[in-house]
Design a protein around this ligand. Structure first.
Ligand code: GLN
Length: 538
């Protein structure tokens, strides 16, 4: 019987160098197709051996994104969720670790009895199975599959082979390949160079994969002659060589791609049952316009320890920008290290609002406490997220009689662990994937600033932590003025706190940044940026 093909696939590979924005390119193509009314899914493949991103250092790999079902994933899933305005499942992040772990478990269960278990076919079959399983969860018309790293990396090989097989099994008319490369500009020669793109395309073709589209990233626009040259050498239709020079905001990329008719190209190539129509991106261009506003400016300081790599706080940065655009201001974001002997007060004095993000380990914690103190003393809006909230509670306790208050994460012997390990966490031995992860219900208390921000009593937010507010101190700290403005539905876990006698000082145990969208800024971010803007005017 003829098989009915439901889901089409767009596979995105990278060439030349990493960090050229494959994730944004994939998410942008997804945005275009979503605007045509299609149901779009997205998968990120990370060819490293870690099972998930949870144990990776943010310095190396950027932020760890958390899905609502509690998977710690690559930050590209954040781009997909923001651009597509969807909630993805943890399944959407496939790693070499997950693939091998699953194949080895199957081998131990005796599922391959008699066979010598090999990369081809066992690993490649597992990869295809994982892709299909993810595709089936959403009844998708089309699924984007982004392969991390660059073509030619040793660890990518089994994935490229599996993707090549997928194209044959699902038929070429349902699967297309988009190769994203970088076109460097050589100052000495005064010209752009296409050779690296030619080489990486050749490498891809040596694996049996001919790209249908080449997206050329560059710092400045490249001209038609150069695009034609790439088309000629890489055996691609000239119309399918698309240039995306650096944009003012990443949200502009769908517009740039659509100006180059990429929507029509995709729709025709894999036979999607819609009419491509660039006017469908109208709403999106309005959002981009609001994000490009230059004035007035509100300066937000992020005080944390992973400040050298902006990607470590990428969802927070985006959430601040969504919030600012929604109230007609520009968020200028500054990063300040908390891992110092003494906080840079001069730098702090420029901030209209202070945000203390999440983090792990003692390094930089005292600096965060000093930032809380500074915000209290100067009445500057203060937003604490996860470890940021724990810093607010600790500093409030220290200022109110518990001089040695701390989190037991940093000192297990202390007299006053106002932040302590959750009971169920105490039995856990393995570090990976065992925190309180994913979406949980939270009840907001009426009459609080938090309620003013949300205008809702029941919310759901995503978590990633092992420690929490210690209930032994709840009554006493409340008597001293601390406001508890959100708890778990059974009232047991403190989820949100507010500092008293302050224009805006809210700390939450969860990560609101994972739910903000350019078209739907998160209520807490919006309220914080608004308070910071009000502060800037005084
Ligand atoms: N280290 C803290 C905990 O585990 C905070 C975690 C975070 O900020 N994401 O509770």
């Amino acid at each position: 019987m003829e098989r009915i093909f439901l889901t089409k696939y767009i596979i995105i590979t990278g060439g030349v160098v990493s960090s050229i924005g494959k994730g944004i390119t994939s998410a942008s193509m997804g945005r275009i197709l979503r605007s045509y009314g299609l149901n779009v899914g997205a998968i990120k493949i990370d060819p490293y051996l870690n099972w998930d991103s949870g144990t990776l250092n943010p310095y190396q790999h950027g932020e760890v994104f958390v899905t609502s079902d509690g998977m710690e994933t690559d930050l590209d899933l954040g781009h997909y969720e923001r651009f597509l305005d969807v909630e993805l499942q943890g399944l959407a992040n496939i790693t070499t670790g997950k693939v091998y772990k699953s194949v080895i478990s199957k081998e131990r269960e005796g599922k391959f009895l008699g066979a010598c278990v090999q990369v081809i076919p066992h690993i490649t079959n597992e990869i295809k199975e994982m892709i299909r399983a993810t595709s089936e969860t959403g009844n998708y018309d089309v699924v984007l599959i982004e392969l991390g790293g660059t073509v030619g990396d040793i660890e990518s090989q089994p994935f490229l082979e599996a993707l090549r097989q997928l194209r044959n099994e699902e038929r070429s008319e349902n699967v297309m390949f988009v190769h994203v490369t970088f076109i460097p500009y050589l100052n000495a020669a005064g010209e752009f160079k296409t050779k690296p793109t030619q080489h990486s395309t050749k490498e891809l073709r040596s694996m049996g994969i001919n790209p249908d589209v080449i997206v050329c990233r560059s710092q400045e626009p490249i001209d038609k002659a150069l695009r034609d040259k790439i088309a000629h050498f890489c055996d691609v239709d000239p119309k399918a060589v698309v240039n995306t020079p650096d944009a003012t905001t990443i949200y502009e990329v769908p517009l740039v791609l659509e100006e180059n008719n990429i929507g029509a190209l995709i729709v025709n190539r894999i036979g999607l049952d819609v009419v491509s129509d660039s006017s469908k991106l109208c709403g999106w261009s309005e959002i981009v316009k609001s994000l490009k506003i230059d004035n007035p400016v509100v300066t937000i300081g992020i005080v944390g320890k992973y400040v050298e790599l902006e990607d470590a706080y990428i969802s927070i940065r985006e959430s601040l920008q969504h919030a600012a655009a929604s109230i007609g201001v520009k968020a200028k974001i500054k990063y300040l290290s908390s891992d110092v002997e003494k906080l840079d007060i001069e730098a702090m004095s420029e901030f209209d609002g202070i945000l203390i993000p999440g983090g792990f380990g003692e390094r930089g914690f005292e600096g965060k406490l000093d930032a809380v103190d500074y915000a209290i003393e100067n009445n500057i809006p203060l937003f604490g997220i996860c470890l940021g909230m724990q810093s607010m509670v600790t500093q409030f306790a220290r200022r109110n009689g518990y001089l040695d208050a701390n989190s037991s994460e940093f000192d297990s012997e202390i007299n006053h662990p106002v932040i302590d390990m959750m009971e169920e966490q105490k039995k856990i031995k393995n570090i990976g994937g065992t925190m309180r992860l994913g979406s949980y219900d939270c009840k907001i208390i009426e009459g609080t600033k938090t309620y003013e921000a949300y205008s809702e009593l029941d919310i759901k937010e995503r978590h990633r932590h092992r420690y929490e507010f210690n209930n032994d101190y709840r009554n006493d700290l409340q008597e001293k003025g601390l406001i508890i403005s959100g708890t778990s539905p059974d009232d047991f876990l403190v989820e949100i706190i507010e500092l008293p006698n302050h224009p805006w000082a809210i700390g939450c145990q969860f990560h609101p940044e994972f739910k903000s969208r350019p078209n739907r800024p998160h209520p807490l971010f919006k309220s914080f940026v608004k308070a910071s803007y009000d502060y800037s005017k005084n």
